[in-house]
Ligand binder design. Structure first.
Ligand code: URA
Length: 193
C-alpha cells in the first residue's frame, strides 16, 4: 500500500497536467496516517501549505486540528488529510474545473489505495467534487452519504468558514460543526479496525 501511494505522490511532485504545476513551490499530497479509517478531503493548498508541502498547516489547519482534538482524534494517529487539488491556485482563488479534472485521478488513486471507511468532504469544493447535485454545504453538512468502496461520506464546513463565523451559539456554523464532529467520532468508534 505504501509503495503504491508513494508512486502517486511522486507523480504529483513532477505533475504538469495543468498550469498550476509551473507555479508551485511544493505539491501537497497528504499528511496524517495512511491506514486510517478516516480521510478528510479539503480544497487546495494555500500559501503555507505550498511552502511546507503539507495540507492544512495554516490558521484553518490549526483550527481543524483543534476540532479533531476536541473528540480525541489527531492527525498523528487517526486521520489522513488530503485535498482535491495538489497544487496551490494563485491568490487562493477557487480551483478551476479544468484543474479539478486534471488533478482528480490522483485523489481517486489515494481513495482506491487506502479505502477509508469514512470520508469527510471539507467545504464546498470537496462537496461538489463528489456530490455535484448538492446545492450547498449548509443544506447537506452533517448527513451521511454513500461514498466510494462502501465508505460513508459526510460533508462538513471548511475551517476557513468557521474562522470567518467565529460566534458559537445554537445553530451557528461552529455549533453545527461540534454536532458533526461528535457524530463522526461516534461512527468512527463503531467501526472495527
Ligand atoms: N485549505 C484547504 O482546503 N486545504 C489546505 O490544505 C489548506 C487550506
Amino acid at each position: 500500500m505504501y509503495e503504491e501511494l508513494e508512486k502517486v505522490r511522486l507523480a504529483c511532485e513532477t505533475c504538469h497536467k495543468c498550469p498550476l504545476g509551473d507555479l508551485r513551490t511544493n505539491s501537497v499530497f497528504s499528511d496524517g496516517v495512511p491506514n486510517s479509517k478516516l480521510m478528510l478531503i479539503g480544497e487546495a493548498p494555500g500559501y503555507n501549505e505550498d511552502m511546507q508541502g503539507k495540507p492544512f498547516v495554516g490558521r484553518a489547519g490549526q483550527l481543524l486540528d483543534k476540532i479533531f482534538e476536541a473528540v480525541g482524534l489527531s492527525r498523528e494517529k487517526d486521520v489522513y488529510i488530503c485535498n482535491t487539488l495538489k497544487c496551490r491556485p494563485p491568490e487562493n482563488r477557487d480551483p478551476l474545473p479544468a484543474e479539478k479534472t486534471a488533478c482528480r485521478p490522483y485523489l481517486d488513486e489515494q481513495i482506491a489505495i487506502l479505502k477509508p471507511r469514512i470520508i469527510l468532504l471539507c467545504g464546498r469544493v470537496a462537496l461538489t467534487s463528489f456530490l455535484p447535485q448538492a446545492s450547498s454545504i449548509s443544506k447537506v453538512r452533517g448527513q451521511w452519504f454513500d461514498g466510494p468502496y462502501g465508505s460513508k461520506m459526510m460533508p462538513i464546513f471548511h475551517p476557513s468558514y468557521l474562522l470567518r463565523n467565529p460566534v458559537k451559539r445554537p445553530g451557528s456554523p461552529k455549533a453545527l460543526m461540534w454536532d458533526d464532529i461528535r457524530e463522526i467520532k461516534r461512527v468512527y468508534d463503531s467501526l472495527s479496525d
